[in-house]
Design a protein around this ligand. Structure first.
Ligand code: USQ
Length: 397
């Protein structure tokens, strides 16, 4: 297949590009290096040294004998996207080209506007480019489990059957996003669903949980193929952050009560899920939603796991409760369905001691690159510190 990957220089985009290329697909990547720029602006960096995109692609060609095409530009630029889509004529578009951080979106009005402009307008541009040039292509969009929030009912995969005043219908599952980043993903879902219903496009929204891990089959081939690994308060996800904190002797930063429960998955499973979606496309006019995670954990459970595994490796790890900089429920019901990807053949890599040990080992290799100041949480959801934030609306705990 001809597969276009937007955000192909990122944590997930680069390994995905190599995976499809390794499987013999024709791959082109698009990136505007926004993630590298955001790091530069806050004087932080990936823990793993990463090569410039052109050098990574060259290293991949040298090692695998396969070519990955590359276009530099922004998804917010509709003319650029039209050119890329019209020229490459993809059969599958994998869209990771977004601002992915909840804290970044909550830092200021400027970063919130940038997040929604990049994410919402980028996806809208893409929908128009696909409608015009490749209406039969399959859009695989990275959504987020955070679109649903933490409702006091079971979370279904995208839709819920509702009975109301004696009538029933299957409708989009209600959304309670927990940051302006998560809101951008909800807006995207609405626009994509619209484009499938009205223009007959085909799309799969992968509502992904929190991703952890550093290694995929392809990144392990050579250090030049490494993907980025963020641990700073803005772009680092919780398990990756805790493992770095363990190695550098920083107390684990559990926000608030630690009962916040989310779906999690290994980066290796992300690649498999995207591959399964590509191999089993949605129908014309179908907006398919898969919940993309393999297990559920609370933040405290993640901290305990890292503390225990670290102890076995000789680390004396403290777990510290930080005043929660976010407005989120710290004790809540959480039970989300994730059956659809399993039905397509996903065989999860469960989170356990082996993974944490190998993650800590990989981090130790780059320990001298850790920027200590980047770890402490600083971005508050509500700088005014109002009691009982708006997120409690609709919650019964
Ligand atoms: N948390 C801590 N301590 C930390 C960092 C995070 O207690 O040092 C807590 C947060 O308060 C939150 C949970 O851990 O309750 C998860 O936070 P996270 O930063 O790992 O993940 P999140 O902000 O939810 O966002 C990440 C990705 C995002 C993706 C999302 C999936 O950055 O792109 O959409 O995970 S989900 O969480 O299901 O919405």
């Amino acid at each position: 297949m001809r597969i276009l990957i937007l955000g192909g220089d990122g944590y997930l985009g680069w390994p995905t590009a190599m995976r499809f290329s390794a499987r013999g697909h024709e791959v082109a990547v698009v990136d505007n290096f926004a993630r590298r720029r955001w790091h530069l602006e806050q004087s932080t960096d990936s823990l793993t040294p990463i090569l410039p995109l052109a050098d990574r692609i060259e290293a991949w060609r040298e090692l695998s004998g396969k070519t990955i095409e590359c276009r530099i530009g922004s998804v917010e630029d509709g003319e650029f996207l039209d050119e890329v889509v019209a020229e490459f004529l993809p059969e599958v578009v994998v869209h990771y080209g977004q601002q992915p951080s909840a804290p970044y979106s909550m830092r200021s009005r400027q970063t919130a506007v940038e997040t929604q402009r990049t994410n919402v307008l980028g996806t809208l541009n893409l929908l128009f480019s696909m409608q015009t040039y490749v209406p039969d292509a399959h859009l695989i969009k990275l959504g987020t489990m955070g679109e649903y929030g933490t409702p006091n009912i079971d979370i279904e995969e995208g839709y819920i059957e509702i009975e109301h005043n004696g009538r029933s219908d299957t409708l989009p599952f209600p959304k309670l996003p927990g940051s302006l980043y998560h809101c951008s993903k909800v807006h995207d879902s609405t626009n994509i669903h619209f484009a499938t219903r009205i223009w007959g496009l085909r799309a799969t929204d992968l509502n992904q949980g929190v991703v952890y891990g550093i290694e995929t089959d392809e990144t392990a081939l050579d250090p030049r193929l490494a993907t980025r690994f963020d641990y700073d308060e803005t772009f680092g996800t919780v398990l990756n952050r805790f493992c770095v904190q363990a190695v550098v002797g920083h107390p684990l930063t559990v926000y608030g009560g630690g009962g916040q429960t989310r779906g999690y998955l290994n980066i290796k499973d992300t690649l498999r899920c995207v591959e399964l979606a590509a191999l089993n496309p949605a129908e014309r006019g179908e907006f398919r939603v898969f919940n993309q995670f393999t297990e559920q954990f609370s933040v405290s459970e993640i901290a305990q796991l890292v503390q225990g595994c670290g102890a076995e490796l000789g680390y004396d790890i403290e777990v510290e409760t930080y005043p929660n900089p976010r407005v989120e429920l710290e004790q809540h019901y959480y039970n989300a369905s994730n059956q659809k990807l399993l039905d397509l053949g996903l065989e999860p890599h469960p989170l356990g001691e082996e993974l944490v040990h190998s993650l800590i080992g990989a981090i130790e290799t780059h320990k001298d690159r850790v920027i200590f100041r980047a770890i402490t949480p600083r971005t508050k959801w509500n700088p005014g510190e109002l009691e009982g934030g708006a997120l409690s609306v609709g919650q019964k705990t």
